[in-house]
Ligand binder design. Sequence first.
Ligand SMILES: NC(=O)c1ccc[n+]([C@@H]2O[C@H](COP(=O)([O-])OP(=O)(O)OC[C@H]3O[C@@H](n4cnc5c(N)ncnc54)[C@H](O)[C@@H]3O)[C@@H](O)[C@H]2O)c1
Length: 257
Amino acid sequence: MAKKVAMVTGAGQGIGEAIAKRLAKDGFAVALVARHLDNLQKVAKEIEDAGGEAFPVTADVSNRDEVLAAVDKTIDHFGDFNVMVNNAGVAPTTPIDTVTKEDLDYVYSVNVYGTIWGIQAAHEAFKKMGHPGKIINATSQAGVVGNPNLTVYSSSKFAIRGITQVVARELAEEGTTVNAFAPGIVKTPMMYDIAHQVGQNAGKSDEWGMQTFAKDIALKRLSEPEDVANAVAFLAGPDSDYITGQTLEVDGGMQFH
Ligand SMILES: NC(=O)c1ccc[n+]([C@@H]2O[C@H](COP(=O)([O-])OP(=O)(O)OC[C@H]3O[C@@H](n4cnc5c(N)ncnc54)[C@H](O)[C@@H]3O)[C@@H](O)[C@H]2O)c1
């Protein structure tokens, strides 16, 4: 049987990089998407050096045409398309009184529009290839419960859970599953940046900023990107075939439902 093909957006660093490496290890041929090639080429080389298959392709996820083109290029390159991981996201700190239209346009165009374009592109590909697939969207613990200072980001991540539920119902008939993963506090450039901004806003240290988010983790440690990749591997593989419309929280026990 031919290899299954997965695309991971925002694969040049952080959680996306860890997901791409894990899926390659699980036997997927992996298309790596971000706006610039340099980081992607580095991650692709590391995957290939470890015996996997990787295809770096540039796209800005907020641009629908670029996302559709990236998926087409992936089908041309690998010959199939099975799993879409809409991971790319941005997370500026936005205390409520500072929120601007520009903040909303920027964050929603990447986090919300980008996820919808990724879903459309994947669905087109599944139809073209004549089989169902799996769509996996990045939300956040901040998309499950409101986090202070993150009105724009949190609300965009609540939207991702809504989109996941709606599209899960729409595509179920075809056998395609749609799920989301909700990381907690993960050691990536994004989280260090948020901790820095929250600390600065309060006139305190980066460590203080991090602790405002990290103090409620039941397992008492910050998340590694690989903790999240483990959960995404489950959602991308056959063991999750009977799960759709769900958000899997991977937060060390910050919230219980
Ligand atoms: N780090 C955390 O603690 C945390 C917690 C919860 C959820 N998340 C979510 O997980 C996902 C990954 O986060 P991360 O921490 O690895 O972030 P990161 O900033 O370290 O990496 C994000 C990646 O997305 C890419 N990207 C940003 N805008 C893009 C665009 N318009 N088009 C294409 N690529 C773009 C960036 O280049 C980068 O490679 C995001 O959706 C984020 O919201 C992260």
